[in-house]
Design a protein around this ligand. Structure first.
Ligand code: FAD
Length: 298
C-alpha cells in the first residue's frame, strides 16, 4: 500500500523504523522484534540505508522479507550521495520488481570511515535530486517520503534556509515527511507552522526516539543537532550506567511527549526502535487511548 494514499485518506499512522542488522543473530532478533511490534498493527515500517551504500543488499533483504514473509507495508530508505544515477535507478527498478511502493528519499552523509570520499561523477548532491529522479523515471509508482528537521539540519545556517530547501524538496514530488528526533515538542510545532506559512502542506510525522541508552542518545543528538532538555539531562545523568532506570525515565518522557503531540493533532507517530520492541511497546500501551482509530479500509 502507498503511504501517501494512507495519509490522503486522513488515516492516523503509527510506524516503526529498523536498521538492517549484520549477521544471522541480528536478523533473528530483528524479526522477533517485528513480530512483537506487529501486534500494534503498524501502518507501515521502514528500513534504513547505509549512506555509503554499505547496506545495499542487507536493506533490500530485510525490506523484501518484511514485505513477503510478514506482509506489512514497508518503506525502504535510500540515500543518493554515494551512488550514480544509474545505480539508483537499478535499485529502484529492483524494488519495483519485488512490489515495494514506498521510498524515503535521502541524501545521506559522507561516510565517516572514508575521509577521502568523493561522490561519483554526476551523483545527486541533495535529496531533492533523488526525489526528481524518482518522479522522472517512475512517475507515481512510488510514494516518496523525505526527511525534515524541526531544529534545522546541522548544515543549515538558519530556519529560513531550512524551510527554503525543504520546500524545494517537497515540490519535487514528496508525499510526506518524517522528522529527525526531537525532545522538545515546541520545535516540531514551530517547524510545522513555518512550513504552513511557506505553503508546505504535506503530512509531517514526528520521529520519536525512546531513550534506552542515554550515552548513545547524547552522541546521536549532538551529531544531528537535537536539543536534550536540561531537565531530562539532570534526571538521566546520575543513572546513565543503570540501564533499567534509564529505560524507565526514557519511557515516561516519551509517553508525555507523545501525549502532547496526540493532543495537538499530529498526523502520525514514527518510532525509532533501534531494532528493539520493549520501549515502544511500553510507550504505546500508555498512550493507546489517545491514538485515533486507524481503519485502513474505512
Ligand atoms: P537534504 O534534504 O539534501 O538536505 C541536506 C542539507 O542540504 C540541508 O541543510 C539542506 O538545507 C541543504 N540543502 C538542500 N538543498 C540545497 C541546495 N540546493 N543548496 C544548498 N544547500 C541545500 N541517513 C542515512 O544514511 N540512512 C538512512 O536510512 C537515514 N534515514 C533517515 C531518516 C529520517 C527520518 C531522517 C530525519 C534522517 C535520516 N538519515 C539517514 C539522515 C540523513 O541522511 C542526514 O541527515 C543527511 O545529512 C541529510 O539528508 P537529507 O535527505 O535530509 O538531505
Amino acid at each position: 500500500m502507498k503511504i501517501g494514499e494512507i495519509f490522503k485518506k486522513g488515516i492516523f499512522s503509527v510506524s516503526f523504523e529498523f536498521f538492517p542488522p549484520k549477521g544471522e543473530e541480528g536478523e533473528r532478533q530483528l524479526f522477533q522484534t517485528i513480530k512483537e511490534l506487529e501486534e500494534l498493527k503498524p501502518t507501515f515500517v521502514s528500513v534504513t540505508y547505509g549512506a555509503g551504500g554499505s547496506t545495499r543488499d542487507r536493506t533490500r533483504n530485510v525490506v523484501k522479507r518484511i514485505h513477503e514473509e510478514v506482509g506489512l507495508t514497508v518503506m525502504a530508505h535510500l540515500t543518493c550521495i554515494a551512488h550514480t544515477r544509474e545505480e539508483l535507478i537499478e535499485i529502484l527498478e529492483d524494488y519495483r520488481g519485488i512490489g515495494i511502493e514506498n521510498i524515503l528519499a535521502l541524501r545521506g552523509d559522507v561516510p565517516h570511515d572514508t575521509p577521502d570520499f568523493r561522490p561519483p561523477e554526476g551523483a545527486c548532491s541533495y535529496a531533492k535530486e533523488l526525489v526528481e529522479l524518482i518522479r522522472e523515471r517512475f512517475g507515481d509508482y512510488f510514494s516518496v517520503g523525505v526527511a525534515s528537521y524541526p531544529e534545522g539540519h546541522p548544515e543549515s545556517p538558519n530556519m529560513e534556509w531550512e524551510i527554503r530547501f525543504f520546500k524545494e524538496k517537497v515540490e519535487a514530488g514528496a508525499d510526506f515527511s518524517i522528522t529527525q528526533m526531537f525532545f522538545e515538542n515546541r520545535y516540531y510545532y514551530e517547524f510545522v507552522e513555518l512550513c504552513l506559512k511557506a505553503g508546505i502542506e504535506i503530512p509531517i510525522i514526528p520521529g520519536i526516539m525512546p531513550i534506552t541508552n542515554f550515552k548513545q542518545i547524547k552522541k546521536f543528538a549532538s551529531m544531528c543537532g537535537a536539543t536534550i532538555p536540561q531537565s531530562l539531562i539532570e534526571k538521566m545523568e546520575p543513572v546513565e550506567d543503570k540501564p533499567e532506570e534509564v529505560a524507565k525515565i526514557g519511557v515516561e518522557f516519551a509517553v508525555k511527549q507523545c501525549e502532547d503531540l496526540l493532543r495537538n493533532g499530529v498526523p502520525g507517530l514514527h518510532f525509532y526502535t533501534l531494532n528493539r520492541s520493549k520501549a515502544t511497546l511500553n510507550i504505546y500501551s500508555a498512550i493507546k487511548d489517545l491514538v485515533p482509530v486507524r481503519d485502513l479500509y474505512a
